[in-house]
Design a protein around this ligand. Structure first.
Ligand code: HEC
Length: 132
């Protein structure tokens, strides 16, 4: 079991390494998706990795378009305006302020977000706030 875990981690690391090399090769022609943030701070980048990776958030939240869930921009705008606390929300201790009528769908993610550390949750918020 331990060996399997190590193998998975190594594969993941190798995959990441590969990606970085690729993006360095393509540095002259960056393909930045519309609405995606650029020049991220390390914290924002960490948040993006969770958002697009183990958090699976990207399946329902697109940067600039309504999907299953509201766009990242829309959520960030409302959270900024209301000075809301996304970390508390993602721990399942807050109230929905964006689309309360669809809260049931978002709630299904709390089993996962509750396993994230405060620093991870803060980085997710930092990433979402960085999407302009
Ligand atoms: C299965 C689809 C789905 C996934 C996966 C998903 N969300 Fe959501 N999310 C929604 C829907 C639908 C809403 C709108 C309901 C609401 O506002 O609570 C929402 C709303 C939100 C809100 C605003 C909550 C509010 O105050 O109203 C935040 C913040 C959020 N999602 C973050 C995330 C993060 C971070 C992840 C990944 C860990 C994630 N979501 C994964 C569907 C999803």
């Amino acid at each position: 079991m331990k060996k399997l875990l190590i193998a998975i981690i190594l594969t993941a690391l190798a995959a990441c390494g590969g990606k970085q090399e690729k993006s360095a090769e393509n540095a002259e022609t960056p393909t930045v998706a519309e609405g995606a943030a650029t020049n991220l701070t390390p914290e924002e980048q960490a948040g993006q990795e969770i958002f697009d990776g183990k958090g699976n958030c990207y399946t329902c939240h697109k940067p600039d378009a309504q999907a299953v869930g509201p766009s990242i921009k829309e959520i960030a705008k409302i959270y900024k305006e209301q000075k809301a606390d996304m970390v508390t929300f993602l721990k399942g201790n807050g109230k929905p302020i964006v689309k309360p009528e669809q809260y049931e769908v978002m709630k299904t993610n709390f089993y996962l977000t509750k396993t994230f550390t405060d620093a991870e949750l803060k980085s997710i918020q930092a990433y979402m706030y960085s999407v302009q």
